[in-house]
Design a protein around this ligand. Structure first.
Ligand code: GUE
Length: 283
């Protein structure tokens, strides 16, 4: 038996087409939507994302400025640029790419992103509001996890979801969004003992660690739904997730592919957030 493939492509296309229509309205009104992407890393996975954002923004008529500060940027320089972009009236959305240089922490820097422009939900104010159930932009990747499950009609209420990974960008915010959907959520991480014993009891496994091959058949209950958030560049220039897709496809009931799963939905949601920010309202 082979798992049903939960593609993100159609959902991403529909989110982008709505963003394109809103972007055209904004441009016609003389306030074209603009996203600033701040990069201080040479990480290949981030490079994939930045290319994907630039391409999708261009197609949707959203302006996109890549601010590359170099992989050795000092935290103070990154903070200053976030502050100046926050004060720039022509910029509506700001995302700071992770990973960050040695010694720089997203949690310390993201407070310099104006709350209204925080389209990847990294400012502690956004994260706190998200946790409290108040309006704020959620990190696009975390929102994409729930969106792709919704799109494919996978019910979350009362289901046990095991989230593997506790990053500020995905694991933690995804846990909050899933809780808001009445899932029973277990958050696992690098110090979790006997990961497979926990994930193999889950109805849904969300893999968000950033390590190829981490989730194998033993981690998955037969028939479970597996969401692969990983985007690990391969030596031959491709992209693989955190899930051993070949082994897991024989056991899971459904699986999001990489590429073509959570990634395109993430990019599309970031653009949706940007036009919403430009229209001055939250999600
Ligand atoms: N603050 C922050 N937020 C992030 O969400 C974040 C980040 N930093 N740093 C880097 C990682 C990586 N990431 C990806 C998102 C989409 C694709 C994506 O769209 N992938 C396409 C393939 C891309 C293509 O075909 O060009 C796919 O999976 O089909 C890839 C990678 C987000 N990240």
């Amino acid at each position: 038996m082979s798992a049903r493939v939960l593609s993100g492509k159609e959902l991403a296309a529909s989110i982008r087409s709505e963003a394109t229509a809103r972007a055209a309205e904004l441009a016609a009104a003389g306030t074209p939507a603009k996203l600033a992407v701040v990069v201080a890393t040479a990480d290949e996975s981030s490079a994939w994302y930045v290319r994907s954002i630039a391409r999708a923004a261009e197609k949707s008529g959203i302006m996109c400025e890549i601010v590359d500060l170099g992989a050795a940027a000092e935290p103070a320089l990154i903070r200053d640029r976030l502050a100046s972009l926050s004060a720039d009236d022509t910029v509506h959305g700001i995302i700071l790419q992770t990973p960050l240089p040695q010694g720089a922490r997203l949690e310390d820097l993201a407070g310099a992103i104006a709350f209204e422009k925080d389209v990847d939900g990294a400012n502690p104010l956004s994260l706190g509001r998200l946790a409290a159930g108040l309006p704020a932009f959620a990190p696009a990747t975390a929102e994409a996890v729930v969106a792709i499950l919704d799109h494919h009609g996978i019910d979350l209420a009362g289901r046990h979801v095991a989230v593997v990974g506790r990053s500020t960008v995905v694991g933690k915010p995804a846990a909050h969004l899933l809780l808001d959907r009445n899932a029973t959520v277990t958050v696992c991480h690098s110090r979790t003992r006997d990961l497979a014993a926990i994930t193999s009891t889950a109805d849904v496994v969300v893999a968000a660690v950033g390590r190829a091959g981490l989730i194998t058949a033993e981690h998955v209950r037969p028939g479970a739904v597996v969401v692969d958030v990983g985007t690990n560049p391969t030596e031959d220039g491709g992209l693989v997730g955190d899930v051993d897709a070949v082994a897991v496809a024989d056991r899971a009931g459904a699986l999001t592919p990489v590429p073509g799963g959570v990634g395109p939905v993430t990019t599309a949601l970031l653009l949706r957030h940007t036009v919403h920010a430009a229209q001055r309202h939250l999600p």
